[in-house]
Design a protein around this ligand. Structure first.
Ligand code: SF4
Length: 417
Protein backbone atom coordinates (compact mmCIF):
# COMPACT_ATOMS: atom_id res chain seq x y z
CA UNK A 1 0.00 0.00 0.00
CA UNK A 2 1.30 3.49 -0.88
CA UNK A 3 2.23 5.90 1.87
CA UNK A 4 -0.40 8.62 2.26
CA UNK A 5 0.32 12.30 2.78
CA UNK A 6 0.34 12.21 6.59
CA UNK A 7 2.53 9.12 6.73
CA UNK A 8 4.96 10.66 4.22
CA UNK A 9 5.05 13.91 6.24
CA UNK A 10 5.77 11.99 9.45
CA UNK A 11 8.58 10.22 7.60
CA UNK A 12 9.92 13.66 6.57
CA UNK A 13 9.31 13.21 2.83
CA UNK A 14 8.41 16.45 1.09
CA UNK A 15 6.85 15.44 -2.23
CA UNK A 16 5.11 17.55 -4.90
CA UNK A 17 1.91 18.20 -2.91
CA UNK A 18 3.78 19.78 -0.01
CA UNK A 19 5.81 21.86 -2.48
CA UNK A 20 2.66 23.01 -4.30
CA UNK A 21 0.91 24.11 -1.10
CA UNK A 22 4.07 25.80 0.23
CA UNK A 23 4.35 27.74 -3.02
CA UNK A 24 0.68 28.75 -3.00
CA UNK A 25 0.90 29.91 0.61
CA UNK A 26 4.37 31.48 0.44
CA UNK A 27 5.68 29.34 3.32
CA UNK A 28 8.80 27.18 3.63
CA UNK A 29 8.15 23.57 2.53
CA UNK A 30 10.16 22.10 5.43
CA UNK A 31 8.07 24.03 7.96
CA UNK A 32 4.84 23.06 6.21
CA UNK A 33 5.93 19.42 6.29
CA UNK A 34 6.37 19.64 10.07
CA UNK A 35 2.94 21.24 10.44
CA UNK A 36 1.30 18.45 8.44
CA UNK A 37 3.19 15.80 10.43
CA UNK A 38 2.04 17.37 13.71
CA UNK A 39 -1.61 17.45 12.56
CA UNK A 40 -1.80 21.25 12.72
CA UNK A 41 -2.21 21.56 8.96
CA UNK A 42 -4.16 19.30 6.64
CA UNK A 43 -3.98 19.18 2.88
CA UNK A 44 -7.08 18.39 0.85
CA UNK A 45 -6.51 17.04 -2.63
CA UNK A 46 -8.14 15.21 -5.48
CA UNK A 47 -7.14 13.83 -8.85
CA UNK A 48 -4.20 16.07 -9.63
CA UNK A 49 -6.14 19.32 -8.98
CA UNK A 50 -4.42 22.06 -6.97
CA UNK A 51 -4.15 20.86 -3.35
CA UNK A 52 -5.43 23.13 -0.58
CA UNK A 53 -3.71 23.49 2.79
CA UNK A 54 -5.77 24.36 5.86
CA UNK A 55 -4.41 25.21 9.29
CA UNK A 56 -1.99 27.17 11.41
CA UNK A 57 0.16 29.69 9.54
CA UNK A 58 -1.79 29.42 6.28
CA UNK A 59 -4.34 31.71 4.66
CA UNK A 60 -7.85 31.26 6.12
CA UNK A 61 -9.92 29.07 3.81
CA UNK A 62 -13.63 29.13 3.09
CA UNK A 63 -16.05 26.35 2.22
CA UNK A 64 -19.30 26.64 0.26
CA UNK A 65 -22.07 24.17 1.06
CA UNK A 66 -24.20 23.33 -1.93
CA UNK A 67 -26.43 20.38 -2.81
CA UNK A 68 -30.06 19.51 -3.33
CA UNK A 69 -32.64 19.20 -0.57
CA UNK A 70 -35.48 16.73 -0.28
CA UNK A 71 -37.83 19.46 -1.61
CA UNK A 72 -35.68 21.03 -4.34
CA UNK A 73 -33.49 18.81 -6.45
CA UNK A 74 -32.47 20.27 -9.79
CA UNK A 75 -29.00 18.85 -10.62
CA UNK A 76 -28.33 21.67 -13.13
CA UNK A 77 -28.81 24.30 -10.45
CA UNK A 78 -26.33 22.55 -8.16
CA UNK A 79 -23.77 22.37 -10.95
CA UNK A 80 -24.27 26.13 -11.53
CA UNK A 81 -23.84 26.77 -7.80
CA UNK A 82 -20.61 24.76 -7.80
CA UNK A 83 -19.24 26.76 -10.72
CA UNK A 84 -20.25 30.07 -9.17
CA UNK A 85 -18.81 29.11 -5.77
CA UNK A 86 -15.49 28.23 -7.36
CA UNK A 87 -15.48 31.32 -9.61
CA UNK A 88 -15.95 33.69 -6.67
CA UNK A 89 -13.24 32.03 -4.60
CA UNK A 90 -14.54 29.15 -2.48
CA UNK A 91 -11.47 27.13 -1.49
CA UNK A 92 -13.53 23.97 -1.02
CA UNK A 93 -17.04 22.79 -1.81
CA UNK A 94 -19.23 20.47 0.22
CA UNK A 95 -22.01 18.57 -1.52
CA UNK A 96 -24.87 18.07 0.92
CA UNK A 97 -27.33 16.65 -1.62
CA UNK A 98 -30.34 14.84 -0.19
CA UNK A 99 -32.69 14.88 -3.18
CA UNK A 100 -32.70 13.72 -6.79
CA UNK A 101 -29.95 11.57 -8.29
CA UNK A 102 -27.37 12.08 -5.51
CA UNK A 103 -24.56 10.07 -7.10
CA UNK A 104 -24.98 11.84 -10.41
CA UNK A 105 -25.04 15.29 -8.80
CA UNK A 106 -21.87 14.60 -6.83
CA UNK A 107 -20.07 13.28 -9.89
CA UNK A 108 -21.15 16.27 -12.00
CA UNK A 109 -20.01 18.74 -9.35
CA UNK A 110 -16.71 16.89 -9.19
CA UNK A 111 -16.37 17.00 -12.96
CA UNK A 112 -16.95 20.75 -13.34
CA UNK A 113 -14.81 22.00 -10.42
CA UNK A 114 -11.18 21.95 -9.37
CA UNK A 115 -11.61 22.58 -5.64
CA UNK A 116 -11.46 19.81 -3.05
CA UNK A 117 -14.87 18.22 -2.50
CA UNK A 118 -16.36 17.12 0.83
CA UNK A 119 -19.41 14.97 1.53
CA UNK A 120 -21.41 13.97 4.59
CA UNK A 121 -22.04 10.27 3.85
CA UNK A 122 -24.84 9.83 6.38
CA UNK A 123 -27.03 12.16 4.25
CA UNK A 124 -27.05 9.86 1.25
CA UNK A 125 -27.38 6.79 3.47
CA UNK A 126 -30.51 8.20 5.12
CA UNK A 127 -32.07 9.00 1.74
CA UNK A 128 -31.26 5.59 0.28
CA UNK A 129 -32.51 3.59 3.27
CA UNK A 130 -35.58 5.79 3.70
CA UNK A 131 -35.54 5.92 7.51
CA UNK A 132 -33.10 6.36 10.37
CA UNK A 133 -33.80 3.03 12.06
CA UNK A 134 -33.31 1.10 8.81
CA UNK A 135 -29.67 2.19 8.43
CA UNK A 136 -26.99 -0.26 9.47
CA UNK A 137 -23.37 0.47 10.37
CA UNK A 138 -22.53 -1.50 7.26
CA UNK A 139 -24.60 0.94 5.13
CA UNK A 140 -22.71 3.89 6.56
CA UNK A 141 -19.36 2.30 5.86
CA UNK A 142 -20.45 1.38 2.36
CA UNK A 143 -21.39 4.99 1.54
CA UNK A 144 -18.12 6.26 3.02
CA UNK A 145 -16.19 3.75 0.93
CA UNK A 146 -18.11 4.68 -2.21
CA UNK A 147 -17.33 8.39 -1.79
CA UNK A 148 -13.69 7.65 -0.97
CA UNK A 149 -13.30 5.33 -3.96
CA UNK A 150 -14.70 8.07 -6.19
CA UNK A 151 -11.90 10.35 -5.06
CA UNK A 152 -13.59 12.94 -2.86
CA UNK A 153 -11.23 14.93 -0.64
CA UNK A 154 -12.86 14.88 2.76
CA UNK A 155 -15.81 13.35 4.64
CA UNK A 156 -17.69 14.59 7.68
CA UNK A 157 -18.63 12.11 10.40
CA UNK A 158 -20.41 12.94 13.64
CA UNK A 159 -18.46 10.62 15.92
CA UNK A 160 -17.90 12.93 18.88
CA UNK A 161 -20.91 12.20 21.04
CA UNK A 162 -22.33 9.25 22.96
CA UNK A 163 -25.71 8.09 24.25
CA UNK A 164 -24.72 9.51 27.63
CA UNK A 165 -24.19 12.96 26.09
CA UNK A 166 -27.57 12.71 24.35
CA UNK A 167 -29.16 11.98 27.73
CA UNK A 168 -27.44 15.06 29.10
CA UNK A 169 -28.80 17.10 26.20
CA UNK A 170 -32.32 16.37 27.49
CA UNK A 171 -31.58 18.15 30.76
CA UNK A 172 -29.50 21.18 29.68
CA UNK A 173 -31.35 24.43 29.17
CA UNK A 174 -31.17 25.32 25.48
CA UNK A 175 -33.54 27.23 23.25
CA UNK A 176 -32.56 25.30 20.13
CA UNK A 177 -31.58 21.80 21.26
CA UNK A 178 -29.49 20.11 18.55
CA UNK A 179 -29.28 21.87 15.17
CA UNK A 180 -26.69 19.81 13.32
CA UNK A 181 -28.41 17.82 10.57
CA UNK A 182 -25.82 15.03 10.53
CA UNK A 183 -25.83 15.05 14.32
CA UNK A 184 -29.61 14.76 14.42
CA UNK A 185 -29.58 11.81 11.95
CA UNK A 186 -26.92 10.05 13.99
CA UNK A 187 -28.78 10.77 17.24
CA UNK A 188 -32.09 9.55 15.78
CA UNK A 189 -30.40 6.28 14.77
CA UNK A 190 -28.85 5.87 18.24
CA UNK A 191 -32.11 6.58 20.06
CA UNK A 192 -34.22 4.46 17.68
CA UNK A 193 -31.87 1.51 18.00
CA UNK A 194 -30.72 2.07 21.58
CA UNK A 195 -27.13 1.71 20.38
CA UNK A 196 -23.93 3.69 20.70
CA UNK A 197 -22.82 6.21 18.04
CA UNK A 198 -22.06 4.07 14.96
CA UNK A 199 -19.26 6.37 13.83
CA UNK A 200 -17.64 5.93 17.22
CA UNK A 201 -18.06 2.15 17.34
CA UNK A 202 -16.58 1.80 13.86
CA UNK A 203 -14.10 4.66 14.15
CA UNK A 204 -10.91 2.68 13.48
CA UNK A 205 -12.50 0.95 10.50
CA UNK A 206 -13.63 4.30 9.04
CA UNK A 207 -10.12 5.67 9.55
CA UNK A 208 -8.73 2.64 7.70
CA UNK A 209 -10.85 3.50 4.65
CA UNK A 210 -9.89 7.20 4.80
CA UNK A 211 -6.17 6.48 5.30
CA UNK A 212 -6.19 4.21 2.28
CA UNK A 213 -7.84 6.86 0.07
CA UNK A 214 -5.83 9.75 1.60
CA UNK A 215 -9.09 11.47 2.51
CA UNK A 216 -9.30 14.10 5.25
CA UNK A 217 -11.62 13.38 8.18
CA UNK A 218 -13.77 16.28 9.35
CA UNK A 219 -15.07 15.64 12.86
CA UNK A 220 -18.61 17.03 12.97
CA UNK A 221 -19.90 19.42 15.57
CA UNK A 222 -23.28 18.00 16.54
CA UNK A 223 -23.62 19.73 19.91
CA UNK A 224 -22.97 23.24 18.57
CA UNK A 225 -25.12 26.14 19.66
CA UNK A 226 -28.15 26.91 17.50
CA UNK A 227 -28.60 30.45 18.80
CA UNK A 228 -26.44 32.97 20.62
CA UNK A 229 -28.30 32.48 23.90
CA UNK A 230 -27.37 28.77 23.93
CA UNK A 231 -23.91 29.20 25.38
CA UNK A 232 -21.12 26.67 25.88
CA UNK A 233 -22.54 23.84 27.97
CA UNK A 234 -21.54 20.35 29.08
CA UNK A 235 -22.59 18.51 25.89
CA UNK A 236 -20.58 20.98 23.78
CA UNK A 237 -17.53 20.73 26.05
CA UNK A 238 -17.70 16.95 26.12
CA UNK A 239 -18.05 16.65 22.35
CA UNK A 240 -15.07 18.95 21.88
CA UNK A 241 -12.98 16.80 24.25
CA UNK A 242 -14.13 13.62 22.52
CA UNK A 243 -13.31 15.11 19.11
CA UNK A 244 -9.85 16.05 20.42
CA UNK A 245 -9.25 12.42 21.47
CA UNK A 246 -10.62 11.11 18.16
CA UNK A 247 -8.38 13.50 16.24
CA UNK A 248 -5.33 12.07 18.00
CA UNK A 249 -6.51 8.54 17.28
CA UNK A 250 -7.18 9.33 13.60
CA UNK A 251 -3.70 10.85 13.22
CA UNK A 252 -2.22 7.68 14.74
CA UNK A 253 -4.12 5.72 12.11
CA UNK A 254 -2.65 7.85 9.31
CA UNK A 255 -5.65 10.14 8.76
CA UNK A 256 -5.47 13.94 8.54
CA UNK A 257 -8.13 15.63 10.66
CA UNK A 258 -10.11 18.85 10.78
CA UNK A 259 -12.12 19.55 13.92
CA UNK A 260 -15.44 21.31 13.45
CA UNK A 261 -16.26 23.44 16.42
CA UNK A 262 -18.19 26.19 18.15
CA UNK A 263 -20.03 27.00 14.97
CA UNK A 264 -23.48 28.14 14.36
CA UNK A 265 -24.30 30.98 16.64
CA UNK A 266 -21.95 32.57 19.16
CA UNK A 267 -22.34 35.91 20.91
CA UNK A 268 -19.73 38.34 19.53
CA UNK A 269 -18.02 38.80 22.87
CA UNK A 270 -17.41 35.05 23.22
CA UNK A 271 -16.08 34.20 19.75
CA UNK A 272 -12.46 34.95 20.60
CA UNK A 273 -12.54 32.89 23.84
CA UNK A 274 -14.30 29.96 22.19
CA UNK A 275 -11.80 29.79 19.32
CA UNK A 276 -8.88 29.90 21.77
CA UNK A 277 -10.53 27.19 23.90
CA UNK A 278 -11.14 24.90 20.91
CA UNK A 279 -7.65 25.39 19.52
CA UNK A 280 -6.02 24.65 22.90
CA UNK A 281 -8.21 21.61 23.58
CA UNK A 282 -7.57 20.09 20.14
CA UNK A 283 -3.81 20.75 20.26
CA UNK A 284 -4.10 23.45 17.61
CA UNK A 285 -5.48 21.19 14.91
CA UNK A 286 -7.29 22.91 12.01
CA UNK A 287 -10.50 24.45 13.31
CA UNK A 288 -13.52 24.62 11.00
CA UNK A 289 -16.23 27.04 12.02
CA UNK A 290 -19.68 27.48 10.45
CA UNK A 291 -20.12 31.27 10.44
CA UNK A 292 -20.48 31.90 13.30
CA UNK A 293 -23.52 34.15 13.40
CA UNK A 294 -22.98 36.73 16.16
CA UNK A 295 -26.59 38.01 16.10
CA UNK A 296 -29.97 36.49 15.28
CA UNK A 297 -31.92 39.42 13.86
CA UNK A 298 -30.08 39.67 10.55
CA UNK A 299 -32.37 37.03 8.99
CA UNK A 300 -32.26 37.53 5.21
CA UNK A 301 -28.80 39.10 5.59
CA UNK A 302 -27.11 36.33 7.53
CA UNK A 303 -24.19 36.33 5.08
CA UNK A 304 -23.41 39.81 6.46
CA UNK A 305 -23.81 38.85 10.12
CA UNK A 306 -21.80 35.72 9.42
CA UNK A 307 -19.09 37.75 7.69
CA UNK A 308 -18.56 39.73 10.89
CA UNK A 309 -18.62 36.59 13.07
CA UNK A 310 -16.33 34.76 10.66
CA UNK A 311 -13.85 37.66 10.54
CA UNK A 312 -13.64 37.71 14.35
CA UNK A 313 -13.28 33.90 14.46
CA UNK A 314 -10.59 33.83 11.76
CA UNK A 315 -8.74 36.69 13.46
CA UNK A 316 -8.82 34.69 16.69
CA UNK A 317 -7.29 31.64 14.99
CA UNK A 318 -10.05 29.71 13.19
CA UNK A 319 -8.48 28.21 10.06
CA UNK A 320 -11.45 27.36 7.89
CA UNK A 321 -14.85 29.06 7.65
CA UNK A 322 -18.04 27.56 6.30
CA UNK A 323 -19.93 30.29 4.49
CA UNK A 324 -23.42 31.45 5.37
CA UNK A 325 -25.73 32.70 2.62
CA UNK A 326 -28.61 35.22 2.81
CA UNK A 327 -30.98 32.26 2.77
CA UNK A 328 -29.62 30.73 6.00
CA UNK A 329 -32.46 29.21 8.05
CA UNK A 330 -34.94 30.37 5.38
CA UNK A 331 -34.53 28.34 2.17
CA UNK A 332 -32.14 26.37 0.01
CA UNK A 333 -29.74 29.01 -1.36
CA UNK A 334 -30.06 29.79 -5.06
CA UNK A 335 -27.14 30.55 -7.37
CA UNK A 336 -27.12 34.30 -6.62
CA UNK A 337 -27.20 33.64 -2.87
CA UNK A 338 -24.30 31.18 -3.16
CA UNK A 339 -22.28 33.95 -4.80
CA UNK A 340 -23.18 36.43 -2.05
CA UNK A 341 -22.23 33.91 0.63
CA UNK A 342 -18.88 33.11 -0.96
CA UNK A 343 -17.97 36.78 -1.40
CA UNK A 344 -19.03 37.64 2.16
CA UNK A 345 -16.86 34.87 3.55
CA UNK A 346 -13.88 35.72 1.35
CA UNK A 347 -14.13 39.16 2.93
CA UNK A 348 -14.36 37.56 6.39
CA UNK A 349 -11.33 35.34 5.75
CA UNK A 350 -9.34 38.29 4.39
CA UNK A 351 -10.11 40.44 7.43
CA UNK A 352 -9.24 37.45 9.64
CA UNK A 353 -5.90 37.12 7.87
CA UNK A 354 -5.21 40.85 8.29
CA UNK A 355 -5.78 40.36 12.03
CA UNK A 356 -3.68 37.17 12.13
CA UNK A 357 -0.82 38.10 9.83
CA UNK A 358 -1.03 41.86 9.15
CA UNK A 359 -2.26 43.88 6.17
CA UNK A 360 -2.10 42.27 2.75
CA UNK A 361 -0.28 43.75 -0.25
CA UNK A 362 -3.49 43.33 -2.26
CA UNK A 363 -5.24 46.01 -0.21
CA UNK A 364 -2.40 48.48 -0.76
CA UNK A 365 -2.48 47.76 -4.49
CA UNK A 366 -6.22 48.38 -4.68
CA UNK A 367 -5.83 51.70 -2.84
CA UNK A 368 -3.22 52.74 -5.41
CA UNK A 369 -5.53 51.81 -8.27
CA UNK A 370 -8.36 53.77 -6.62
CA UNK A 371 -6.21 56.84 -6.28
CA UNK A 372 -5.24 56.56 -9.97
CA UNK A 373 -8.90 55.86 -10.89
CA UNK A 374 -7.46 52.86 -12.71
CA UNK A 375 -10.77 51.07 -12.93
CA UNK A 376 -9.73 47.98 -14.84
CA UNK A 377 -6.96 47.10 -12.40
CA UNK A 378 -9.23 47.98 -9.48
CA UNK A 379 -11.86 45.52 -10.71
CA UNK A 380 -9.15 42.92 -11.27
CA UNK A 381 -7.94 43.25 -7.68
CA UNK A 382 -11.32 43.24 -5.93
CA UNK A 383 -12.74 40.09 -4.32
CA UNK A 384 -15.81 40.43 -6.57
CA UNK A 385 -14.59 42.60 -9.44
CA UNK A 386 -17.71 41.73 -11.46
CA UNK A 387 -19.90 43.46 -8.90
CA UNK A 388 -17.56 46.47 -8.67
CA UNK A 389 -17.64 46.83 -12.46
CA UNK A 390 -21.43 46.48 -12.56
CA UNK A 391 -21.90 49.28 -10.02
CA UNK A 392 -19.29 51.54 -11.60
CA UNK A 393 -21.05 51.33 -14.96
CA UNK A 394 -24.61 51.69 -13.65
CA UNK A 395 -24.80 55.40 -14.65
CA UNK A 396 -23.04 54.87 -17.98
CA UNK A 397 -20.63 57.80 -17.38
CA UNK A 398 -17.36 55.84 -17.19
CA UNK A 399 -16.39 57.73 -14.03
CA UNK A 400 -17.24 57.48 -10.35
CA UNK A 401 -20.46 59.49 -10.05
CA UNK A 402 -20.36 59.63 -6.25
CA UNK A 403 -18.92 63.18 -6.25
CA UNK A 404 -18.65 63.56 -10.02
CA UNK A 405 -16.65 66.65 -10.99
CA UNK A 406 -16.09 67.38 -7.30
CA UNK A 407 -13.98 64.24 -6.88
CA UNK A 408 -11.86 64.93 -3.78
CA UNK A 409 -8.99 62.83 -5.02
CA UNK A 410 -8.83 64.74 -8.34
CA UNK A 411 -9.08 68.16 -6.63
CA UNK A 412 -6.28 67.44 -4.17
CA UNK A 413 -4.12 65.87 -6.82
CA UNK A 414 -4.08 69.26 -8.57
CA UNK A 415 -3.22 71.14 -5.40
CA UNK A 416 -0.70 68.70 -3.97
CA UNK A 417 0.98 67.81 -7.21
S1 SF4 B 1 -15.76 60.84 -7.02
FE1 SF4 B 1 -15.73 60.86 -4.77
S2 SF4 B 1 -16.15 58.73 -4.19
FE2 SF4 B 1 -15.61 58.70 -6.36
S3 SF4 B 1 -13.42 58.35 -6.44
FE3 SF4 B 1 -13.64 60.58 -6.39
S4 SF4 B 1 -13.56 61.09 -4.20
FE4 SF4 B 1 -13.93 58.89 -4.32
Amino acid sequence: MNENLLEAAIAGKEGPIISAVARAEGVRPDLLLKQVASGRVVIMQRDGKPPVGIGEGLRTKINANIGTSADLFDPHEEVKKARVAEHYGADTITDLSMGGPIDEIRRKIRAVTNTPLTTVPIYQTVVERGSFEAISEHDLLRTIRKHVDEGISSVVVHAGFTLEMLEELRSVKRIMGMVSKGGSFTSAWMLENGRENPFLSRFDEICGVLAEGDVVLSLGNSMRSGCIHDTMDDPQEKEMEMNARLATRANELGVQVIVEGMGGHVSPGEIHNYVAHYKRTTDYRPLFVAGPLPIEIGAGYDHMSGCVGGAIAAGAGADYLCYITPSEHLALPNVAQVREGVVAFRIAAHIGDALKYGLGAEDKRLAEYRRARDWENLFGSAIDGDRAREIHSQDGMGTCTMCGKYCAIAIMENYLR
